[in-house]
Ligand binder design. Structure first.
Ligand SMILES: *Cc1c(COP(=O)(O)O)cnc(C)c1O
Length: 399
């Protein structure tokens, strides 16, 4: 098996778009052009001695069992780590396997975790699980650095937040939180789904572990589940991997193979989606039928400057407040191009009503505290023409 050539010394670093097409490709003796799909759970050894040796220490092209690693999955891991600017990555069965794996593998009873309150529902559930095993969790308002400062203490093992929160698009200051966390000796674990690997500079801004649901923008066509834990080689291979390989959180090689295809077009897609999102947000801003348009790329967003500094883009997601559940439902039911669903980052534009779907489990009070009003709609902007999408939304709101 051979890898794509390394760049000769002294040459310009390759653009991320180039690396997202090529990096990490491993070719078999056939020299196949597309990444090979190694749809195999196991690997045959030449001898008993070789099997013994491999269980003691495996080389980079030596695999044991797909729950531990697989050549197709490894190509996916190497390519994402390269894009993210981390030493390594472990690919998981879903985004939630990645969130759970990153957090569970690093804590023990008596540890303390500080987390932003505004999280995806399943992330809140994982933090709840931690508390069953003697981990104390303190919740803070992610945008308020003073609250992080007040919450961390010497036993704080990790801080956790979504860099752009779901669904209210609050932007958390990665560098600011990292400075506070690192001073207390805590690891910074971020769920970076909304920022996407295209706009992410999370590792260079102080995140120690960057977690993705690859189900979203990386697949980009809403076909399969996957996730990633990106970090130092030591964390990924010595902390996260042992936990994941023994508890069964590995990605299917087939999903990794689909996701590799997704990575080749990720940069183009996400930039086009973010560009359309910015235009749509501008077109909706100030509309009399809307109580609020939330988009980090708009100057009136409370963390607009931070979003530009941290990601250089407002991203692919918009939230609008239609004023009431009735108005939100009426608008959704009138949409023709936007589909009513709950994925995001898909080529197809999607409208979600968080209060009755993704965040239904929360009490009215908790939802209100998170800014998830009855009229709030989360919009994932896809790859359709932005003019068509704007017209679709306008007719839906005005109907
Ligand atoms: C979707 C999502 C997840 C979970 O990812 P799955 O692939 O669905 O398991 C976690 N965090 C955020 C912010 C998400 O949007």
């Amino acid at each position: 098996m051979s890898s794509d050539e390394k760049r000769p010394e002294g040459q310009q670093p390759l653009h991320p778009r180039t690396r997202a097409v090529h990096h990490g490709t491993r070719r078999s003796q056939y020299g196949e052009m597309a990444e090979a799909l190694f749809m195999t759970q196991g690997f045959a050894y030449d001898s008993a001695e070789q099997a013994e040796q491999r269980f003691i220490a495996s080389g980079p092209d030596e695999f044991i069992y797909a729950r531990y690693g697989n050549p197709t999955s490894r190509m996916f891991e190497d390519r994402v780590a390269d894009l993210e600017g981390t030493e390594d990555a472990f690919a998981t069965a879903s985004g939630m396997a990645a969130v759970n794996g990153a957090l569970m593998s690093m804590v023990k009873p008596g540890d303390h975790v500080v987390s932003a309150r505004a999280l995806f529902g399943s992330c809140l559930y994982v933090l709840d699980i931690l508390t069953r095993f003697g981990v104390e969790v303190t919740y803070v308002d992610g945008a308020d650095l003073d609250q992080w400062r007040a919450a961390v203490r010497p036993g704080t093992r990790a801080v956790f937040f979504e860099t752009v929160s779901n669904p209210t698009l609050e932007v958390v200051d990665i560098a600011g939180v990292a400075e506070i966390a690192h001073a207390a000796g805590a690891m910074v674990v971020v769920d970076n789904v909304f920022a996407t690997p295209v706009f992410s500079r999370a590792a260079s801004q102080g995140a120690d572990v960057v977690v993705y649901s690859a189900t979203k923008h990386i697949d980009g066509s809403g076909r399969c589940l996957g996730g990633l834990i990106c970090g130092t080689r030591q964390f990924v291979r010595e902390v996260a991997e042992p936990y994941l390989k023994h508890t069964g959180g590995a990605i299917s090689p087939f999903n990794a193979w689909l996701m590799l295809g997704g990575l080749s077009t990720l940069d183009l897609r996400v930039r086009a989606q973010a560009d359309a999102a910015a235009r749509i947000a501008q077109a909706l801003q100030g509309h009399p039928g809307l109580a609020r348009v939330i988009y980090p790329g708009l100057a009136d967003h409370p963390q607009h400057d931070l979003a530009m500094r941290q990601m250089g883009s407002g991203g692919t997601m918009i939230a609008i407040d239609t004023g009431s559940k009735d108005a939100a439902f009426r608008a959704m039911n009138r949409m023709r191009i936007f589909k009513i669903s709950n994925n995001l980052g898909d080529a197809k534009s999607i409208a979600t009503h968080p209060a009755t779907t993704t965040h239904q489990r929360l009490s009215d009070e908790v939802r209100a505290g998170l800014g998830i009003t009855p009229g709030l709609l989360r919009l994932s902007v896809g790859l359709e023409d932005h003019g068509d999408l704007t017209a679709d939304l306008l007719q839906a709101i005005e109907g």
